[in-house]
Design a protein around this ligand. Structure first.
Ligand code: HEC
Ligand code: HEC
Length: 195
């Protein structure tokens, strides 16, 4: 009898714990509502319809958090994004970044035609990760580049080279060291890279 009772109690506990993830899903909060505004530009399913906009779903969380900080304090210049970052309390940047990063990186916009990196592309793996899905330098997090939108990549590389974007000195140096045609070729390669 005693044994049966403890089995019953165990069963009941199991039921509660397996039911928990279903009924205990996190209720939508103010941060989710704030984030729901992001998809009008960054894509309702993670792939922006405008290829000058970056994919942010599934991006490196630490990198997203740093960008929100940089937009907020003006060290990365974008009027749109500065005002979007204003809408999120600074204390919740890390949490917001985690939620965006937890979403799946979307299917490629461009057909995959590259499975191997060029020599120049190979140089990026030191910081952006072996498969260019993001990494970490000793100081800053490096974003995923593989499968990012081509036009966005070109514009950002250009912005580093011309010092419109100044929030990463190593990237400025690297992009000043190559010419516009090389940046175009790199962007094409990265956008078409097998993730
Ligand atoms: C009105 C359009 C628009 C909305 C809405 C918007 N963004 Fe953006 N976002 C942009 C543009 C444009 C850029 C690129 C700006 C630049 O050149 O630095 C960008 C860049 C970013 C980046 C940097 C990505 C990278 O790869 O460096 C992050 C992170 C980001 N947005 C997060 C968000 C979040 C989080 C929200 C919602 C709170 C949001 N955005 C809402 C237009 C938008
Ligand atoms: C020494 C380390 C390092 C190397 C090598 C490097 N990067 Fe970066 N890169 C970074 C870091 C760190 C960032 C994030 C900058 C920031 O905080 O905004 C970055 C950002 C970028 C961005 C902006 C992406 C976005 O989502 O906005 C592009 C594009 C980029 N790198 C391209 C390249 C390419 C192409 C190469 C190879 C030719 C390369 N990088 C090599 C460290 C590096």
């Amino acid at each position: 009898m005693l044994a049966w009772r403890s089995v019953a109690r165990l069963l009941a506990l199991c039921l509660i714990s397996t039911a928990a993830p279903l009924t205990g899903a996190r209720a939508e909060d103010a941060l989710d509502r704030e984030l729901s505004q992001c998809w009008s530009c960054h894509g309702q399913t993670g792939r922006p319809s405008d290829s000058t906009m970056p994919v942010i779903w599934g991006q490196n969380a630490a990198y997203i958090a740093k960008q929100l900080n940089d937009y907020r304090d003006g060290s990365r210049d974008s009027q749109i994004m500065s005002s979007m970052a204003e809408g999120i309390p600074r204390a919740r940047f890390a949490e917001a970044a985690e939620r965006v990063a937890a979403k799946p990186w979307p299917d490629p916009a461009e057909p995959i035609s590259k499975t191997h990196l060029s020599d120049l592309g190979q140089a990026c793996t030191a910081c952006h990760g072996a498969d260019l899905k993001g990494g970490q330098t000793d100081k800053d997090p490096a974003p995923r580049l593989a499968g990012q939108n081509e036009r966005y990549l070109v514009e950002q590389m250009q912005a580093f080279a011309t010092e419109l974007r100044v929030n990463q000195p190593a990237m400025t140096a690297m992009m000043r060291g190559i010419d516009a045609a090389q940046r175009e070729a790199l962007a094409r390669e990265l956008a078409h890279l097998k993730p």
